[in-house]
Design a binder for this molecule. Structure first.
Ligand code: GLN
Length: 551
């Protein structure tokens, strides 16, 4: 029988519930437990795939091609275990499933209701993750904040679930915020109210994790224990942290791992946590010295969460190379007037994915700049497409070159739909999604970086390189160094004679891990570091000067 840990959030959103859940996953995995994870999102969209990055941040893509919440990226990076489609559920999916059954007549004429039909469907999704992951412990994060109307069916489902599987198999953790008021004091009242709200629907938390800007003292912990009816040891302080990757160590030190194990009755069955590897990772992050400035040219940069996995992948590779990464967020629309001063002094440039025409011309300008000036460049998905458009414009001597995503009547659709894709009407879930094999050309930069002949990478795009332009671009130095096994689809382009100019149609950023950076990001960072050294920028900072960019 697996154990279940539910994580709810109170007082406000954006408390770092995902990081806390992922960090707990790490410290449980460090005790040798197999950890499964599930994020339950109370919105009505079926998945975040059709949502604006401004609304939702990044869409994280799983191996099996699900478009999911970005917290799943944290789970994979922290727990170091791939998740699947089963690990993200939304209210849209739950209602979809129930209504489909109703139309099929599965309910045999009964009245279909939130309780029990919606709650049963939610409970079934929790059991499904347990079955599919064969986990010892399933971590379930409830999106939103306790008190939201949307969350109610989930909390009710958890209440029932706890009785179904037995209370000894379930732990409920409530994460709250202690705000600091004008007098300088941290306040517990919002926490008390939020726990009261939980209890009003029949859920008593076993553990309260209190977020605050500083560690909370014993007086405050006693107060929370008293008012919220939890054991003193079960009030855990989670102060702001200098790096997200230091949070597992912080939580282990504050006793959260031990408390959860005790509450689940596992104390005698699991060893002490082995966090040595994680500790050396965090030590490396703390002590890296060589500054490296990487530009990220995107159009959703007001919300940096839109590029979460890309930013993390750059950091992972930089830390492994002994560098202190500094990200410069560049709004591609600002480059469209022709002033490229925002790109000055960069060691390397990443052009991430995107949908729609807005900001494209700025990215194409950025690519022209990095191509002609020998600046290491990594293009991801739309980034590859911009690299192709830029070189084709030069090769053809005309700007009438585009992707049919932006201009269905362009003279030169160098990026286009495949013939069989042309009739699709639905926007949701109709892209090339998830893991596909890519065959690498021997001797190419991609092949050298990966050190293996075939790789599997995750996709999320609709448009493809148009093979009618392969020869032309080849004659202008472009190498098609990664192809689908049948040779039809271009997966990687690179430029000969450039220090590093490589684009992928897939998204390598979804597979980078803090302790195992992605080979292409490693190759890119090495080239960026060489560039920084050649320009005299890669000067080690002294310990005193050093300010580590918090993850
Ligand atoms: N919009 C492009 C396509 O659908 C690129 C997608 C992306 O960058 N993820 O092909």
């Amino acid at each position: 029988m697996p154990k279940f840990v539910f994580v709810t959030g109170g007082v406000t959103s954006s408390l770092g519930k995902g990081i806390t859940a992922a960090s707990l996953g790490r410290i449980l995995a460090a005790r040798g437990l197999a950890v499964g994870s599930l994020k339950m999102d109370p919105y009505l969209n079926v998945d975040p795939g059709t949502m604006s990055p401004y609304q939702h941040g990044e869409v994280f893509v799983t191996e099996d091609g699900a478009e999911t919440d970005l917290d799943l990226g944290h789970y994979e990076r922290f727990i170091d275990r791939n998740v699947t489609r089963a690990s993200n559920v939304t209210t849209g999916q739950i209602y979809n499933a129930v209504i489909t059954k109703e139309r099929r007549g599965d309910y045999l004429g009964g009245t279909v209701q939130v309780i029990p039909h919606i709650t049963n469907e939610i409970k079934e999704r929790i059991h499904r993750v347990a079955r599919e992951t064969r986990a010892d412990v399933v971590l379930v994060e409830v999106g939103g904040t306790v008190g939201d109307i949307e969350s109610l069916p989930y909390l009710e489902a958890i209440r029932q679930f706890r009785n179904d599987v037995g209370r000894q198999n379930v732990v409920i953790i409530h994460l709250t915020l202690l705000p600091r008021v004008a007098t300088g004091e941290l306040k517990t009242k919002p926490t008390q109210h939020s726990v009261k709200e939980l209890r009003s629907i029949g859920l008593q938390p076993d553990i309260v994790v209190a977020r605050a800007d500083q560690p909370i003292d014993d007086d405050l912990r006693e107060k929370i224990a008293l008012f919220c009816d939890v054991k003193l040891d079960n009030v855990v302080s989670e102060p702001d942290c200098w790096s997200i990757y230091a949070v597992p160590l912080q939580l282990e030190e504050s006793g959260l791992g031990r408390t959860v194990i005790e509450e689940l009755g596992l104390t005698d069955r699991v060893p002490e946590p082995d966090l040595d590897e994680w500790r050396s990772l965090v030590e490396r992050i703390r002590t890296v010295r060589i500054p490296l400035e990487i530009g990220l040219v995107g159009k959703y940069i007001e919300l940096q969460d839109a590029y979460l996995s890309v930013a993390e992948s750059i950091r992972h590779a930089a830390w492994a190379a002994g560098c202190r990464p500094q990200l410069r967020w560049i709004d591609s629309e600002k480059l469209e007037g022709g002033d490229l001063s925002l790109l000055a002094g960069l060691d390397g440039v990443v052009i991430p994915g995107a949908f729609g025409y807005r900001g494209i011309e700025g990215k194409v300008r950025a690519v022209r700049h990095t191509r002609t000036n020998g600046i290491p460049t990594l293009g991801l998905c739309m980034g590859l497409q911009c690299m192709v458009i830029e070189l084709a414009r030069k090769a053809l001597g005309t700007d009438e070159v585009s992707s049919s995503e932006f201009d269905s009547f362009t003279r030169h659709p160098v990026i286009d739909l495949l013939p069989e894709q042309r009739d699709l009407a639905d926007k949701g879930g109709t892209m090339r999604l998830g893991s596909y094999p890519c065959v690498l050309q021997p001797g190419s930069r991609a092949h050298k970086a990966y050190g293996q002949p075939i790789v599997l990478e995750r996709h999320r795009h609709r448009y493809e390189f148009n093979n009618a332009y392969r020869e032309l671009l080849q004659s202008h130095g472009m190498r098609f160094s990664g192809l689908s096994p049948d040779g039809r689809l271009v997966e990687i382009v690179e430029l000969e004679g450039h220090p590093f100019f490589l684009g992928t149609q897939y998204h390598p950023e979804f597979k980078s891990r803090p302790n195992r950076p992605h080979p292409l990001f490693v190759g890119f960072v090495e080239a960026a570091l060489a560039n920084a050294r050649a320009s005299g920028r890669a000067v080690e900072t002294s310990a005193a000067q050093r300010t580590v960019e918090a993850g």
